[in-house]
Design a binder for this molecule. Structure first.
Ligand code: FPP
Length: 239
């Protein structure tokens, strides 16, 4: 855990909840003359090691963007490659009991293959008592559809207008039982949130890096945490 060995004057503040937009897999592969699928494969390995590192430094919630509602626009080959990586991970994760990480999925499961949905449910059930960290994998997830679905449910349940407030809306989101992200990291040099945790990110600190996701290392988490530690989070207050 290199984070704690470093000497610096800023006391380190470990974010309780980190969100990560894992971008740049395609460009990483292209730079090496490889198919995009190789970038996703390396990206999946990096995802596994960064997940453990976040747990080791004391992060309690980690949410990663694995597949957005817009990613279906990619070629069938690329989409099925990502789904295969997910299958592989879901089969593997059974052997990760010593990781003590609770795994949850956020997003619309209705468009996913039934064998993947079954593995997702199994993983969620098997890991329900693991408590070192909660890992949310956003799969077929979009922040706007999440809010639209929340509004539909609220109307469907006939909730009276007087009872609608921010907490009520939150209670209809996938992350209803979890704190909102303190820090959102996006790799790959783009400066946007791309429909990731749209409601939950209202007060998140944002950290963008040019590092492509397959090149992302523990030290890059350290840099993001250090930058986060230096931010002055006011939540709208004057100082
Ligand atoms: C964005 O890079 C990445 C994705 C759309 C897929 C992310 C998926 C993984 C890291 C694998 C996840 C696997 C598991 C097991 C959760 P990009 O393809 O948009 O890169 P580019 O911007 O360089 O084209």
């Amino acid at each position: 855990m290199s984070l704690f060995k470093k000497k610096n004057s800023t006391p380190l503040l470990i974010p309780n909840h980190i969100g990560i937009i894992m971008d740049g897999n395609g460009r990483w592969a292209k730079k090496r003359g490889m198919p995009r699928s190789m970038g996703h494969k390396k990206g999946a390995d990096v995802f596994k090691s960064i997940t453990r590192y976040c747990r080791d430094i004391g992060v309690k919630y980690l949410t990663v963007y694995a597949f957005s509602t817009e990613n279906w626009k990619r070629s069938n080959e690329e989409v099925s490659g990502i789904m295969d990586l997910l299958r592989e991970y879901l089969k593997d994760v059974k052997n990760y009991t010593k990781d003590n990480i609770r795994v949850k999925f956020i997003g619309d499961r209705s468009a996913l293959d039934s064998d993947i949905v079954a593995l997702m449910e199994e993983t969620e059930n098997d890991s329900v008592n693991f408590d070192a960290m909660t890992l949310n994998i956003a799969l077929n997830y979009g922040g706007i559809p999440e809010i639209v679905n929340a509004v539909k449910s609220i109307v469907n349940y006939g909730v009276s207008v007087d009872n609608i407030d921010a907490a009520l809306i939150k209670s209809y989101l996938y992350t209803k039982d979890e704190p909102d992200p303190d820090l959102i990291i996006r790799t790959g040099g783009e400066y946007r949130l791309s429909n990731f945790l749209t409601y939950q990110s209202a007060y998140s600190e944002l950290y963008f890096t040019d590092v492509l996701w397959p090149d992302f290392k523990n030290e890059d988490i350290d840099k993001a945490v250090l930058a986060f530690s230096k931010r002055n989070r006011r939540f709208g207050d004057a100082k």
